[in-house]
Design a protein around this ligand. Structure first.
Ligand code: ADP
Ligand code: MG
Length: 392
């Protein structure tokens, strides 16, 4: 992995264009509701400020689809960033053009400017070369710290690198290093805990990880499809019938390779008439009219034990509908087991991170990846366009 890093570049006093991932959730008043992504890139920004660079930050926010959407301006992001850094953040209302250029010219060493939402311009997502060139014309060096968007070939994540010396920011470097290490030489036993709603979202990562891990623990809606493929009754649970055949073949392939695949032995179920209390049943026998919405307590115990015995664990996808308290236990148990010391634990996925946050465990795992889709694509072994341009 020959990633060009920011420390290898001379950036003293230079105008540095930094792609960050400030695509944060907003509340109803358009204020930053969660600043995790802003915080994740602070080390890079601080480093550049300390080097006396003129820091020009750029990001997308939401899906404005190539038009100016007032609610998706980055002003409140600038305010929050300023609070976190205890410095003034200059902000302009476009990411290219004369106003942006003028603001850049006015920057002194160590000052920070935030450009407007990149996706107000349709050329951003089209990776249009003229637009990439205009962005690049603002600076002398390009740094990409936006791992969360690295799986997209956009003007700000890939195109600009054609016109400027490019390198990875500290967050990007850390993500690639940690995720790369579990693909190249993980400590064994190495296991993957995979859940979430749909099998179809996880086929790539299942196929890739089966060649690396010692065991795969399945939960969430996805496990239903595997259980059904093995002949279980799932009642009215979410089952992806189009992928029953994939599930069968996958289980055979894993068995041939000697990879242990664990499926839930019990399930927490709810009936469609929401008067009935939830019930724990054996995996084979969800009655008609009932839906499996979490792994059962015996499964949660078993998974916790297996995780605690591992040296490396990767987790993506909640074990149940954790958004509802009565179906959160399985995900909580998995999150707690992953937080034990002595285990290298890597977590990817927006909802999986939400589980960690919910129980105050985000700081307890070894690495909580800021890239949901990007981390999965990386682990699938695919080349990420935003990373490819940062290679030596
Ligand atoms: P991540 O964002 O961590 O990658 P996913 O988006 O793949 O995770 O999956 C999270 C979603 O899966 C959650 O909204 C959760 O409610 C849902 N889910 C988990 N288990 C079930 C289940 N048994 N039935 C239906 N939905 C489920
Ligand atoms: Mg999700």
């Amino acid at each position: 992995m020959d990633l060009k890093t920011m420390r290898s570049l001379d950036i003293k006093g230079k105008k540095v264009l930094v792609r960050v991932d400030f695509n944060v959730p907003l509340d109803d008043d358009g204020r930053v509701a969660d600043d995790t992504r802003i915080k994740a890139t602070l080390p890079t920004i601080k480093y550049l400020v300390d080097q006396g660079a003129r820091v020009i930050l750029m990001s997308h926010l939401g899906r404005p689809k190539g038009k100016v959407v007032e609610k998706l301006r980055l002003d409140d992001v600038a305010r929050r960033l300023g609070e976190l850094l205890g410095r003034e953040i200059k902000k302009v209302d476009d990411c290219i053009g004369s106003e942006a250029a003028k603001a850049v010219e006015g920057l002194k060493q160590g000052e920070i400017l935030l450009l407007e939402n990149l996706r107000f311009h349709p050329e951003e997502e089209k990776n249009e070369s003229g637009f990439a060139k205009e962005l690049a014309s603002l600076a002398e060096v390009y740094i990409n710290d936006a791992f969360g968007t690295a799986h997209r070939a956009h003007a700000s994540t890939a195109g600009v690198a054609n016109y400027l010396p490019a390198a990875a920011g500290l967050l990007m470097e850390k993500e690639i290093k940690v995720l790369g290490s579990i693909l190249s030489d993980p400590d064994h036993p190495f296991l993957a805990v995979l859940g979430g709603a749909k099998v179809s979202d996880k086929i790539g990562v299942l196929n890739s990880l089966v060649g690396k891990v010692d065991a795969i623990l399945l939960g969430g809606g996805m496990a239903n499809t595997f259980l059904k493929a093995k002949g279980s009754e799932l009642g009215d649970s979410l089952v992806d019938d189009d992928n029953l055949d994939f599930a069968r073949k996958f289980l055979d392939m894993a068995a041939e390779r000697g990879v242990r695949v664990e499926l839930p032995v019990d399930l927490v179920t709810a009936s469609s008439g929401d008067q009935d209390p939830v019930q724990v049943v054996d995996s084979g026998s969800v009655p008609s009219g009932w839906r499996a919405l979490d792994i059962g307590p015996r499964t949660a115990d078993l998974y916790s034990q297996l995780i605690k015995k591992a040296k490396t664990a990767f987790w993506n996808g909640p074990m149940g509908v954790f958004e509802e308290e009565q179906f959160a236990h399985g995900s909580e148990m998995v999150a707690r087991a992953l937080s034990e010391p002595g285990l290298t634990s890597i977590v990817g996925g927006g909802d999986s991170l939400a589980v960690l946050e919910k129980y105050g465990l985000a700081g307890q795992v070894t690495h909580a990846s800021t890239g949901g889709g990007a981390s999965l694509e990386f682990l699938e072994g695919r080349e990420l366009p935003g990373v490819a341009v940062l290679m030596k």
